[in-house]
Design a protein around this ligand. Structure first.
Ligand code: DGJ
Length: 378
């Protein structure tokens, strides 16, 4: 009798658990597990957001379990939301190709920091991402592009390139026309001399195209779009104009912050000024953020220092920038989106979203355990 009673009680508990509606969030909890409509932790790392027809669409790297999960085993995941707290799984927007298919985006490649913008002339959604062909580590330094007529995909992979082959930037220096290091020479952030231009990595890569790793996209109010990426062995940021269809580079580009080794660029525009947030180069480990402001997309860019304030500010609150989102219909509301990487178990990576606050021409980010539109204090 007692056993029968326990079984009935168990099934009542189980039934009520199954019947429970998915969690409805009404705040952001930076760094915590964030469940989607199916009760699964959101899987969209190194991502960015596009607002389209009343909804936000979050695109990011789909990670899998373990260390191997840092490679692209699945593709680019897409989620949608109306309120930014609650996210609906829209599936894989760009799928990697099967093992041994020989495709540039074959399963096991490195596909990072996907960003999507809409081209209002063609009506197409255009995705760019950092691509490293399978089995070659980070030596490729390529940018891939894919398109779709539907925002959630499926996206069709077009090509991957080293941007701006055959073109010098508009702010080229005399030294870039001179000698350059051999293609086989390896560099890393710790072994480069203070004056990066003495190495002429730019000139070395002029013919074949410039290296492009961490990246973002920016579509300006006039319809022009830009690809912003860490170049020249990660030492220098390039900002490059995209063609009218957003599918290639025009050859017009500038180099900024030479020798500052900036990764993880995130850009936004406010009151006709352009702002950048970036990290240093320490792999998956977090480091101190940098920020910069400019009156135009092509400069003069002026560094503003670390925008983070408070405990753990020196590690960007244990995160790395990926995007800064202007919130629709809310004046002066921008969200810092960062990744808290867990490379030993990639799928467990967390998201650190915090409100951006402004003081004159500078922006700041402060830690909050939990926040929403009502209590963001700015
Ligand atoms: C730092 C970059 O920001 C990430 O996107 C990723 O490429 C890691 N490095 C890999 O170590």
């Amino acid at each position: 009798m007692r056993i029968k009673y326990i079984l009935i009680l168990n099934s009542i508990i189980l039934f009520s658990a199954c019947a429970t509606k998915p969690i409805m969030y009404d705040s952001f909890k930076p760094g915590e597990i964030w469940l989607d409509n199916n009760g699964v932790h959101v899987n969209a790392h190194g991502g960015g957001i596009l607002f389209d027809d009343g909804r936000y669409y979050w695109f990011g790297e789909h990670k899998t379990e373990g260390e191997n999960g840092n490679f692209a085993n699945v593709g680019v995941h897409c989620y949608s939301s109306r309120d930014l707290y609650n996210w609906t799984d829209e599936g894989i927007a760009l799928a990697v190709m099967p093992d041994s298919s020989g495709s540039d985006i074959e399963k096991g490649c490195i596909l990072e920091r996907p960003k999507v913008i809409k081209n209002n002339k063609t009506g197409q959604y255009v995705m760019w991402f950092h691509l490293e062909p399978k089995g070659k580590g980070y030596k490729g330094a390529l940018s891939g592009v894919a398109v779709s007529d539907n925002i959630t995909g499926p996206y069709t992979y077009i090509k991957s390139v080293r941007p701006n082959a055959g073109h010098f930037p508009f702010n080229v220096l005399d030294i870039h026309y001179g000698d350059s290091p051999s293609l086989g020479q390896r560099f890393d952030g710790g072994s480069l001399p203070g004056n990066i231009d003495t190495l002429n990595i730019l000139g070395r890569d002029m013919k074949g195209g410039q290296m492009a790793r961490d990246m973002t996209l920016f579509a300006d109010d006039d319809g022009k779009a830009y690809h912003i990426y860490s170049s020249e062995e990660n030492s220098t940021l390039h900002i490059a104009e995209l063609s009218d269809d957003y599918l290639s580079h025009t050859g017009k580009y500038g180099r900024f912050f030479p020798g500052r080794f900036m990764e993880a660029p995130a850009i936004f525009k406010r009151n006709n000024k352009y702002y950048l947030m970036m990290s240093g180069c320490t792999g998956w480990a977090p480091n101190q953020a940098r920020s910069a402001v400019s009156d135009g997309i092509f400069g003069e860019w002026k560094e503003l220092g670390d925008p983070c304030i408070g405990d753990s500010m020196h590690t960007t609150f244990h995160s790395q920038s990926t995007f800064i989102l202007p919130v629709q219909g809310k004046k002066e509301t921008y969200i810092y989106m960062g990744d808290r990487w867990t490379p030993q178990n990639a799928i467990d990576g967390r998201y650190v979203w915090l409100p951006v606050r402004f003081e004159e021409d500078r922006f700041f980010i402060e830690w909050k355990d939990q926040w929403n539109w009502e209590n963001r204090d700015n």
